[in-house]
Design a protein around this ligand. Sequence first.
Ligand SMILES: [Fe+2]
Ligand SMILES: [Fe+2]
Length: 217
Amino acid sequence: MHRQYSLSDRFLEHADSMLRTLFASPEPNRRSPDHNSTGHNLTEWEIDESKRLMRVNHSGEVCAQALYQGQSVTARDSKLRETFQEAAEEENDHLAWCEHRIKSLGGRTSVLNPFFYAGSFTIGAFVGVLGDRTSAAFLAETEYQVVDHLDGHLNRLPVTDKKSHEILTQMREDELSHAKTAEAAGADELPDPVKGLMKLMSKFMTRSSYWIWTTLL
Ligand SMILES: [Fe+2]
Ligand SMILES: [Fe+2]
């Protein structure tokens, strides 16, 4: 029998997901793309730069989890809700791969992640309230912006850090497929000012994750 979930059931389910995202080490469904790569000897500067960039990507994945969870709480169509949940599972792989890579470089994840999660969940839930087509459009635009961001990081990462390159390359492929799925789910076109605001918010997240751990702690 197909169980109907109430709004409070969904919130409890997402509270569980939030705790796992922020405070547990996620278990990936797929092996990390870097598992065949032997890795190179990186200089101290290269290690530091890779740690910072992968910390930004990890925070981005925390935001992705929160956005998808927020959007699925308020999505009206159960099929769209399933789409969000499926994408969130792939994002969980990204979260796990980034965390593992940061740890193997001797780094730490951002202390700001709980704030990023709370902000992104709220935005996701709010966008969901605006309607399923707007929510799908927001998702597609988010994913396209993430693809652009990953292209930038693939250029900035030290060329010797093959492992991080392999992880980001697979993530880029997945994000592009999430964008196409959202478009196929009936996404509307988002107004340009909304797209601009989204870029501004992501700039805040990327800059603060890049600098804050080492600056404040
Ligand atoms: Fe992702
Ligand atoms: Fe994605």
